[in-house]
Ligand binder design. Structure first.
Ligand SMILES: Nc1ncnc2c1ncn2[C@@H]1O[C@H](COP(=O)(O)OP(=O)(O)O)[C@@H](O)[C@H]1O
Ligand SMILES: [Mg+2]
Length: 235
């Protein structure tokens, strides 16, 4: 199976969600082998992965692969080879500034496309201009892909009413773009966890002696697991 985190707008949480859902208990329990695949030439995740402790064997079933090519056939070949060796590929796709090619590619190849997006007219307009035309074309060619595209409401206020957020997206989105029944809320822990190549789970263990940070970490983990559970439910 291939899951892609896609959004032509940068800084919406794609990489943060891609790496932390890959390490979530929920996803690891379902998929015996997982590969986190970065299609971003900037290599944000590659830098993060290199900082990781090579002795960390707790996540033996999770690998990382960086694809730097911008040749469609080469990328497809690499993805197919990875698919043979892994039950799940999680693709992290760059924002628009690097080029829309990767987004198109990921939308076409993935079994599930997750789109982190804020409840703002700014994000909506960017979505309509950039991502929506790509999705429309895919749906036109293949009607079955109507159940592939899911918004993840991102950077939501921690106290916001979830039902209001879900109905907001239901109202503004075409019927072939669903909204995941989970949110990715704003939290400083998501700005801090990745130092030293940590994932959210490792970070939270490392701040055990600081009760405030530890609580924040546990809450964030809970949220990531809820997102992962919804991904498993609708896949
Ligand atoms: N839920 C969140 N709350 C607060 N900050 C976040 C959250 N998710 C990500 N961030 C921060 O926002 C920035 C962009 O996130 P990132 O995952 O790299 O986005 P993208 O991959 O879409 O460009 C990073 O600095 C990250 O630490
Ligand atoms: Mg990114």
């Amino acid at each position: 199976m291939i899951i892609a985190f896609v959004q032509t707008k940068g800084g919406t949480g794609k990489s943060t969600l891609a790496l932390n859902t890959a390490f979530s208990k929920t996803i690891r329990n379902v998929f015996p082998s997982i590969c986190l695949v970065e299609l971003d030439q900037q290599g944000t995740l590659r830098k993060w992965w290199r900082r990781r402790d090579p002795n960390n064997s707790a996540y033996g079933n999770i690998g990382f692969y960086h694809i730097s090519s911008d040749n469609k056939d080469e990328i497809l070949e690499e993805i197919e080879a990875l698919e043979e060796k892994n039950e799940l590929l999680i693709l992290d796709v760059p924002g628009e500034s690097v080029g829309k090619f990767h987004t198109k590619f990921a939308c076409a190849v993935a079994d599930m496309v997750l789109i982190p997006m804020r409840t703002s007219t700014n994000d909506e307009e960017a979505f309509e201009d950039n991502l929506l035309p790509i999705i429309k074309r895919i749906i036109e060619v293949d009607k079955e892909s109507r159940d592939v595209f899911y918004i993840i409401p991102s950077f939501t206020h921690p106290l916001a009413n979830r039902q209001n957020i879900f109905s907001y997206f239901k109202d503004v989105m075409p019927d072939y773009i669903h909204c995941l029944n989970a949110v990715f809320s704003f939290g400083s822990v998501f700005e801090n966890f990745s130092r030293g190549g940590n994932n959210l789970f490792e970070y939270t263990r490392s701040v055990k002696s600081n009760s405030k940070l530890h609580e924040q970490g546990k809450k964030a983990i809970n949220e990531i697991e809820l997102i992962a559970k919804e991904i498993i439910k609708v896949r």
